[in-house]
Design a binder for this molecule. Structure first.
Ligand code: PEP
Ligand code: MG
Length: 586
């Protein structure tokens, strides 16, 4: 049947394609497709980098002190040989010419191929030569990184030399890289690391393609060009499947396409339950370009615009006020009068500013980045940046209905500082004569302290939005991006459900808006439960809107509410919900 690789299911459906391996590297490697016309230029970049590294190595050799050990000179000889060897030079060129990878990606792809060949060698001396190849490639990558400024990724992926569908295989993909792939040719992807709500998984889900994360061995077991089936429902990949297995999966693929087509017909159906309760289905977006998909799915607004994605892939430079304003305005205009909830930047943890700092954050400097300078903590530590963002959002509110959402609040002092910053941003715009409209302010409830102390938030904000991904992470002390504890990341944990239910209840009692924008909102397994808790506003990936709508159309919220206490007080809420809520829903 082929090798099976198990991981964590991220998004629905089946993808079948040839593997494209994205190698992980100690150097910050940009992965993007180049256009056909740019191939000669990219090959020239590679050649120039090679010449430069050759000059560096020759200079090093020439300047070796007299008394330097002879091994050093021999080592530099080896590195020069590796540099000019066809197994590296010519093969890397082919990745550029045939697959249209950028030079850095091509190099790291070829390094992966060579590393495997070395690993399989019997002779220990030869096996150790792998380190030389890695060092040479690292030098080349650093040189290329210096020449990257201005290079334009072609995210859609140009006419590749292969007609086959492609699936992406990687050890880890930073959310920033994932963004580059968002409008690309991949029909599915699989990574070694990550959990269900890691940001890489979230971006993948927003791409609406089958995906599996946390599949530990995937990038070691799967080779470039292998045929791979990615089963995003079961969290399994099958490598080089037998014809029978392939046929079975092709059948399932057709079935799920039919199901989608059926669901699409619900687009214009109002989201109203059997007992007449109107439910607001909103979209989570990462970039203004996602707004059309939100509208197409039938979302009635944006419940979460993760603005931090505007801050990524910029080599650490931040977008200025005008650039942000243009982005927010374009999302607002694209939503054609529907509300757009813009969350202030949530940088940190598994969403660093660039790939390099991802590795630094995770492995070197900070032991617990998820507990560190993240989200509003970072914004308040960079007051000029925060004010710029607030002014940009406020200015966009002159063009439509905008709401501001603040991530990761926990302390009263943070609330005070935020409100003061917003007042200051307004005053600055008044002074400059810039227009802005009325803007509602909201707080994300995603730290247990905020859920427990919810009344404080309800007094200060117009609405609250439950970030269940982080609420689960922080309540259960489970790193959401760590596949080693992915099995313990449990949205059904009674403590989590208690915090969610209490937040919804108190917000309703206080007459404040409340919504859920974590992954729970788009997961149909929770639709009945959240309705039973009194939730009437759900924000999710656009692709999830139709199935959640289909589910709620069959629900009677009065009957669901009657069952809530039994589910919450049960030791096994998942089983109890399946028994009581599914039955009461119809
Ligand atoms: C959440 O934490 O649930 C959330 C919606 O925010 P993010 O996933 O971006 O942390
Ligand atoms: Mg969050």
């Amino acid at each position: 049947m082929g090798i099976q690789v198990f991981g964590v299911a991220v998004s629905r459906g089946v993808a079948i394609g040839r593997a494209v391996l994205v190698a992980s590297s100690r150097v910050d490697v940009a992965h993007y497709f180049i256009g056909r016309a740019e191939v000669p230029q990219e090959v020239a970049r590679l050649r120039n980098a090679r010449d430069e590294v050759a000059r560096e190595l020759e200079t090093l050799q020439r300047d070796l002190p007299e008394d330097a050990p002879s091994e050093l000179s021999a080592l530099l000889d080896v590195h020069l040989m590796v540099l000019h060897d066809d197994a590296l030079a010519e093969a890397t060129k082919s990745w550029i010419a045939e697959r249209h990878y950028n030079a850095e990606w091509a190099l790291s792809a070829q390094l992966e191929v060579l590393a495997r060949q070395f690993d399989e060698m019997e002779d220990p001396y030869l096996r150790e030569r792998k380190a030389d190849v890695e060092q040479v490639v690292e030098r080349l990558l650093r040189t290329l990184a210096r020449s990257r400024v201005g290079a334009q990724p072609s995210p859609a992926g140009p006419g590749l030399a292969t007609e086959d569908p492609l699936v992406l295989v990687a050890s880890d993909i930073a959310p920033a890289d994932m963004l580059q792939f968002k409008r690309s040719v991949f029909t599915g992807f699989i990574t070694d690391v990550g959990g269900r709500t890691s940001h890489t998984a979230i971006v993948a889900r927003s791409m609406d393609i089958p995906a599996v994360v946390g599949a530990r061995e995937a990038s070691r077991l799967i080779r470039q060009d292998d045929w791979v089936i990615i089963d995003g429902d079961a969290g399994v990949a099958v490598v080089n499947p037998s014809p029978i297995v392939l046929e079975e999966y092709r059948f399932r693929q057709r079935q799920s396409e039919l199901e989608r087509a059926r669901l699409d017909r619900l687009r214009h159906t109002p989201a109203v339950t059997l007992d007449g309760e109107a439910v607001e289905l909103l979209a989570n977006i990462e970039l203004p370009d996602d707004a059309p998909a939100a509208l197409a799915a039938g979302a009635v607004g944006v419940g979460l615009f993760r603005s931090e994605f505007l801050f990524m892939n910029r080599n650490g430079a931040l977008p200025g006020e005008d650039e942000q304003f243009e982005a927010y305005r374009s999302a607002v205009q694209a939503m054609q009068g529907l509300p757009v909830t813009i969350r202030t930047v949530d940088i940190g943890a598994d969403k660093p500013l660039d790939v390099m700092s991802a590795q630094e954050l995770r492995h070197e400097h900070l032991l617990n980045p998820a507990l560190g300078l993240r989200a509003i903590r970072w914004s308040l530590s960079e007051p000029a940046m925060f004010l710029e963002q607030l002014r940009a959002i406020l200015r966009a509110s002159a063009y439509g209905k905008v709401r501001i959402l603040i991530p990761m609040l926990a302390h009263a002092s943070e609330i005070t500082a935020c409100l003061a910053a917003i007042a200051r941003a307004r005053a600055q715009l008044d002074e400059a004569g810039s227009a802005y409209g009325p803007v509602e302010l909201g707080a994300m409830i995603e730290v247990p302290a905020a859920a427990i102390g919810i009344d404080l938030f309800l007094r200060q904000f117009d609405f609250v939005s439950l970030g269940t991904n982080d609420l689960i992470q922080y309540t259960l002390a489970i790193d959401r991006a760590d596949e080693a504890v992915a099995h313990l990341f449990d949205p059904w944990h009674p403590a989590v459900l208690h915090l969610v239910a209490q937040t919804i209840r108190r917000a309703r009692e206080a007459g404040r808006g409340v919504s859920v924008c974590g992954e729970m909102a788009g997961d149909v397994a929770f639709t009945e439960l959240l309705l039973a808790m009194g939730l009437r506003s759900f924000s999710m990936h656009p692709s999830q809107v139709p199935s959640v709508k289909q589910r709620l159309l069959r629900c009677d919220t009065r009957r669901l509410a009657q069952q809530l206490e039994r589910v919450l007080s049960s030791g096994e809420p998942a089983a109890e919900a399946a028994r009581r809520l599914r039955g009461a829903g119809y």
